[in-house]
Design a protein. Structure first.
Length: 116
């Protein structure tokens, strides 16, 4: 009989408090590989979500949600869960080019997404 393998469970610590978490689904645009915790902006013309970047001019420059599941859309757009409300750890977020944590924190506060 072989020895059992010991593994340690390390939870994904995106949540940071007890504020109610509201999760919905959204279409994540093709051509991205995003980790859970990516700060997303929404493209106005398509309604799809992309990693929020401050230099964008298609609507996705404004943070709108946080991705709740690692998603790879390299083969095409996919539906994935996004957080619409709740408290999250800033250290677990992925920010797009030019977006600072302070900017994301200020923009998401109005949407009841609080960054600690």
């Amino acid at each position: 009989m072989s020895n059992p393998e010991r593994q340690t469970y390390v939870p994904d610590q995106l949540s940071a408090g007890s504020f109610p978490v509201m999760i919905d689904t959204a279409v994540i645009a093709a051509g991205q590989s995003l980790k859970r915790g990516a700060v997303l902006g929404q493209v106005k013309t398509s309604g799809e979500y992309v990693l929020c970047a401050s230099a964008a001019t298609d609507g996705s420059e404004a943070p709108r949600a946080i991705l709740d599941q690692t998603t790879d859309t390299s083969q095409g757009a996919q539906v994935a869960p996004i957080r619409l409300t709740g408290e999250v750890l800033g250290s677990q977020l992925t920010l797009g080019v030019g977006l600072s944590l302070a900017q994301a924190k200020a923009a998401l506060r109005d949407l009841c997404l609080f960054i600690r």
